[in-house]
Design a protein around this ligand. Structure first.
Ligand code: AP5
Length: 217
C-alpha cells in the first residue's frame, strides 16, 4: 500500500508518517528530510536547494522527483511507502505516477490533513527535534517528559529548523495554497482522496488514518 500525506506546513505529515513507519513497517519518503540532508552535507543539490528552502519556496520539480526515484530503487518495498511532502505540484504528481507505474505500483490513498491556518504558525514555531535520534517534539503540544531529555534516546541536545520562523512559514503556506492544494483535483477522478481533521490530538489523527487504511478493500 502506498500513501501520500498532504497538508500545509505543520499539519502533522511528518508526525503521522513516523507513526505509519512504527506501526505498519512502511517506508517514509520525506522530500523535506532528503533536502535538509543534502543541505547539511553540502552536495550540489543541497547548495541549489538551500536558499529556496530558506525563502519558503518550492525546490524544482526535477530535483525532488530525482530524489524520490533514487529512494524507490534503494528502499525495501515490503510495507509500502508513505510519501510525506511529495508530490507538491501537479508536475510532481505526474512524475510519481510514472515512477510507480514503471515499478508496477500505484498510489492507493491520498490523505489530506485539514488544519486551520491560524494555528499552524504556533505549531511550527514550537517544534524541536532530538539531535541524536531525530524524535520530534513541540513546546506546548508534545513536550519531552523530563525537560531537556529526549524520551526515546535520553539525549540532551535538540535543534530547531532554520525555516521555522513566522515569515518563512507564511511563504510556505502561500506555496501550499497556490501549488500543492490543486493536486487534489489531479487525484479526484481515482476517488482515493480522504480528508482527516488534523486539529484533533495526535493519537486521534492516527486512529482516523488507521481506520481509512484498514477499510481498504
Ligand atoms: P517539509 O520538510 O516537507 O516541510 P512542510 O511541508 O512545510 O511540513 P512540516 O515538516 O513543517 O510540517 P508537518 O506537516 O510534517 O508537521 P509535523 O508533523 O512536523 O519541506 C520543507 C521545505 O523543503 C519546503 O518549504 C520546500 O522548500 C522544500 N520541499 C520539500 N519537499 C518538496 C517538494 N516535494 N517539492 C519542492 N520543494 C520541497 O508537525 C508540526 C508540529 O505540530 C510538531 O511539533 C508536532 O509535534 C505538532 N503536531 C502534529 N500533529 C499535531 C496535532 N494533531 N495536534 C497538536 N500538535 C500536533
Amino acid at each position: 500500500m502506498n500513501i501520500i500525506l498532504v497538508g500545509p506546513p505543520g499539519a502533522g505529515k511528518g508526525t503521522q508518517a513516523q507513526r505509519l513507519v512504527d506501526n505498519r513497517g512502511m517506508v517514509q519518503l520525506s522530500t523535506g528530510d532528503m533536502l535538509r540532508a543534502a543541505v547539511k552535507c553540502g552536495s550540489r543539490v543541497g547548495v541549489q536547494a538551500q536558499t529556496v528552502m530558506e525563502r519558503g519556496e518550492l525546490v524544482s520539480d526535477d530535483i525532488v522527483a530525482a530524489l524520490i526515484g533514487e529512494r524507490l530503487d534503494n528502499d525495501q518495498l515490503s510495507g509500502g511507502f508513505v510519501f510525506d511532502g511529495f508530490p507538491r505540484t501537479q508536475a510532481q504528481a505526474c512524475a510519481l505516477d510514472v515512477l510507480l507505474h514503471s515499478r508496477d505500483r500505484k498510489v492507493d490513498h491520498v490523505i489530506v490533513l485539514d488544519v486551520d491556518e491560524d494555528i499552524l504558525v504556533d505549531r511550527v514555531a514550537g517544534r524541536f527535534t532530538c539531535t541524536q535520534c531525530k524524535a520530534g517534539y513541540h513546546d506546548n503540544f508534545k513536550p519531552t517528559t523530563t525537560p531537556g531529555v529526549c524520551d526515546q534516546c535520553k539525549g540532551p541536545t535538540f535543534s530547531r529548523r532554520s525555516d521555522d520562523n513566522e515569515e518563512t512559514v507564511r511563504n510556505r503556506l502561500s506555496e501550499y495554497r497556490s501549488k500543492t492544494a490543486p493536486i487534489l483535483a489531479y487525484y479526484a477522478p481515482e476517488r482515493i482522496v480522504e480528508h482527516v481533521d488534523g486539529m484533533i490530538d495526535i493519537d486521534a489523527v492516527s486512529n482516523r488514518i488507521a481506520a481509512i487504511l484498514d477499510h481498504d478493500p
